[in-house]
Ligand binder design. Sequence first.
Ligand SMILES: C[C@H](O)[C@H](O)[C@H]1CNC2=NC(N)=NC(=O)C2=N1
Length: 93
Amino acid sequence: MTELLTERDIEDAQLTDWAVVDESLTRTVELASFPAAIEAVNRVADAAEEADHHPDIDIRWRTLTFTLSTHSAGGLTQKDVDLARRIDALIAN
Ligand SMILES: C[C@H](O)[C@H](O)[C@H]1CNC2=NC(N)=NC(=O)C2=N1
């Protein structure tokens, strides 16, 4: 679970809205408004607490950038792929 993933593993995960940057996964998304962005952040925060795996989140008005990596492993693990999928679902609402 906390093993580092290979580039091939990441490709196979088909996270189409995410980019790999500096051994992290990153996705930027523009919400409808600042309140909508903050609500999305709150949904992601709840999911992160539940999973005990936490994204870096940059908030600029209604644009959010999520950056995922597993700090304890020093790179990307299945936890990041799982959290990316959760975030995709939570910001689609
Ligand atoms: C003790 C607890 O499991 C760790 O501190 C968790 C919390 N959230 C975390 N989040 C992320 N992104 N990487 C970690 O290594 C990490 N470690």
